[in-house]
Design a protein around this ligand. Structure first.
Ligand code: COA
Ligand code: AMP
Length: 631
């Protein structure tokens, strides 16, 4: 089938289109309606339908006689381990873990936080929660205790599942002290923590609260799948907004299964038995959708990789995994490819690996810059496909198709809108729809397709205010860009205070809140500056209070330490400068856009609303001292 036809049908007849896609999923009870959009901007897909996500990811394949097929390969260069799990193994493990969760009182509708490194038990934990109809919330291991505490406080988990440590290349990170500190800070206390002891570190367990994972799993009765409503939440995933308070993106069960399974076939061209590898982390949406759920819904083999693109042990790591496990498609972030390119520009580490079964490289998480696109295409001699999406959407908004019609690639463009996404560009001031090639804000005309967030956790108001009110009738993606005359989508960057650092989404507002807590800081701003490896890195600008005599370098190293210990190492906040003042409008709004241009050495015009233009030169001088401000 051709794209135009599919796309048109998805918009003109969403009920027919998604109703057909939903036939691919095993339902306990068929839906009453495909779409209920009677209460805009909220939309409900498949209301009345009952299903279980773990059943669709695991049990169904065992029932269909493919229990012996490999479901998951754990490849961990940092522990020198490769282990495989069949669908039958995964079913047995998820049933036992669900069994012990049930034993500690977790049931349908309860929340469970998962704070784990990239080990099979992270995936098993998610499946076990889904099995019981419990709502998981995975927190990425690179976040510091205060960030974990914010999530505990908001999700109010009955239990937390964690491990004794994570391993960052050669550095072992004990998780338990971080978890204990987070629980200490949070006003909500989980009843139980179940800790998986890894051989590298033995965590101390707190009697009465902490349980040993191995003992629990060994003693558990396997639990069966619990049927849940299509609109019941499967998970909450916190993501950065424009303030320090993250947004709890909710994912429902029904639409999620339908859209993700559709995407696997049509975007990634993956079928049962194919080996598919998303080199990300279960803490991010890419991990939720494409390490765990979508490949398993499809009956494919997924890879859980506990390593990095470089340093574990060398820049050939990805090619080794592809060759060793017969990977058909790899999905990662452009920053990972840039990291490989930096250490192995000629691609000599690829030589010697047989990647003949490898067909496509998919990239997302940040814009795929043309240099990286050309380098990877030249090296791999395979299609390199950029696709654009967000935590909120769970799957691609715009991309190319390996299993439908494949379009010629235009380097720097994410290609075409996906079915179900009525994507358009509006002018930020007038809200009018713009024509081809005109830059504006990328918005999706409602209703959003299945799997997109139905709301924010316990916060319908923030959901409506953040995404729906800015342009009534449309969902605000938060990204700017344009659509060209051939319908190709060009995503040029966020229009808000969210930045993307090594494919990780972070809030500059959140970092500013940390900097502002330093006793010597009068005011501050954080902007995302261009970085050749990570795409963007945060750079802080601080104005000291009058009378501060402490050396500037000391204040800077203190604020750098504060961001690391309050947000986490993943913020990559390493650069800050002291400036005499921040550029502001006469009404007091900090001109962050202008500061970002100065940090990137780009041309800028002096905003007519600026209060004191002389601060701009001083900012230019300050950023040069730390190596920015040059083109
Ligand atoms: N637990 C604890 N710390 C973590 C962590 C985790 N799970 N993940 C990262 N960190 C730490 C890192 O060790 C690093 O610490 P440092 O400041 O002491 O060096 C810091 O957080 C920043 O991490 P990162 O941004 O990953 O930088 P890096 O220099 O270690 O690696 C890349 C750079 C490009 C190799 C790496 O970012 C990468 O592999 N990216 C792949 C992209 C990806 O997975 N994107 C997800 C969305 S698809
Ligand atoms: P996250 O929610 O962490 O997945 O981050 C989503 C944000 O990452 C988007 O809003 C974009 O700013 C950016 N992003 C993701 N994929 C792409 C892409 N292919 N091209 C451009 N930006 C992207």
């Amino acid at each position: 089938m051709k794209y135009d036809e599919v796309y048109r049908e998805s918009l003109e007849n969403p009920v027919g289109f998604w109703g057909r896609a939903a036939e691919e999923i095993a339902w306990d009870r068929k839906w009453d309606r495909v779409l209920d959009f009677s209460n805009p901007p909220f939309c409900k897909w498949f209301p009345g339908g009952m299903l279980n996500t773990c059943f669709n990811a695991v049990d169904v394949h065992v029932l269909q006689g493919r229990g012996g097929q490999t479901a998951l390969i754990y490849d961990s260069p940092v522990t020198d381990t490769v282990a495989t799990f069949s669908y039958a193994d995964l079913k047995a493990r998820a049933s036992k873990v669900a069994g012990f969760l049930k034993g500690i009182g977790v049931g349908k509708g309860d929340t469970v936080i998962i704070y784990m490194p990239m080990i099979p038990e992270a995936v098993i934990s998610m499946l076990a929660c889904a099995r019981l109809g419990a709502i998981h919330s995975v927190v990425f291991g690179g976040f510091a205790p205060p960030e974990l505490a914010i999530r505990i406080e908001d999700a109010r988990p009955k239990a937390i599942l964690s491990a004794s440590c994570g391993i960052e290349v050669k550095r072992i990170i004990p998780y338990k002290p971080l978890l204990d500190e987070a629980i200490e800070i949070s006003s909500h206390k989980p009843e139980t923590c179940v800790i998986l002891q890894r051989p590298q570190v033995t965590a101390e367990l707190i009697p009465g609260r902490d349980l040993d994972w191995a003992e629990q799993e060994a003693g558990a009765q396997p639990a069966e799948c619990v049927s849940v409503g299509a609109n019941d939440p499967l998970y909450i995933l916190y993501t950065s907004g424009t303030t320090g308070r993250p947004k709890g993106v909710v994912r429902d069960n029904g639409g999620h299964a339908v859209a993700l399974k559709w995407s696997m076939k049509h975007i990634y061209d993956i079928g049962p038995g194919d080996v598919y590898w998303a080199a990300s982390d279960v803490g991010w949406v890419v991990g939720h959708s494409y390490i765990v759920y979508a490949p398993l819904f499809m009956g494919a083999t997924t890879i859980v990789y506990e390593g990095k693109p470089v340093g574990t042990p060398d820049p050939g790591a990805f090619w080794r995994v592809i060759s060793q496990h017969g990977v058909k498609a790899l999905f990662t972030a452009p920053t990972a490819i840039r990291a490989i390119k930096r250490e192995d520009p000629s691609g000599r580490y690829l030589k010697g690996y047989d990647i003949s079964r490898f067909e496509t490289l998919f990239l997302a998480g940040e814009r795929l810059d043309p240099d990286t696109y050309y380098w990877a295409t030249e090296l791999l001699q395979r299609p390199v496909i950029d696709h654009w999406w967000q935590t909120e959407t769970a799957w691609t908004i715009a991309g190319n198709f390996r299993g439908l019609e494949e379009f010629p690639i235009k380097a720097g463009s994410a290609t075409k809108p996906m079915p179900g996404y009525n994507l358009t560009v509006v002018d930020s001031a007038s809200a009018e729809e713009l024509g081809p090639n005109m830059n504006g804000v990328l918005v999706v005309k409602l209703p959003l397709p299945p799997a997109n967030l139905p709301t924010l956790w316990n916060d319908d108001k923030r959901f409506v205010e953040s995404y729906m009110n800015p342009f009534p009738g449309y969902y605000l993606t938060g990204d700017g860009g344009f659509i060209d005359e051939e319908g190709y989508v060009w995503v040029m960057g966020r229009v808000d205070d969210v930045i993307n650092v090594a494919g990780h989404r972070l809030s500059t507002g959140g970092m500013e809140e940390v900097l502002a807590r330093h006793p010597d800081v009068a005011e501050c701003a954080v902007v995302g500056a261009h970085d050749n490896l990570k795409g963007q890195v945060p750079v802080g600008f601080v104005v000291l209070k009058a009378g501060v005599t402490k050396p500037q370098e000391e204040v800077i190293s203190e604020v750098v330490r504060m961001v690391r210990s309050e947000i986490g190492p993943i913020a990559s906040f390493k650069q800050a400068v002291v400036v005499a003042g921040l550029p502001k409008t006469r009404s007091g709004k900090v001109l962050r856009g202008t500061m970002r241009k100065i940090a990137d050495g780009e041309e800028y015009s002096i905003p007519s609303t600026i209060d004191d233009p002389t601060v701009l030169d001083a900012i230019g001088e300050a950023v040069k001292k730390i190596g920015y401000g040059k083109k």
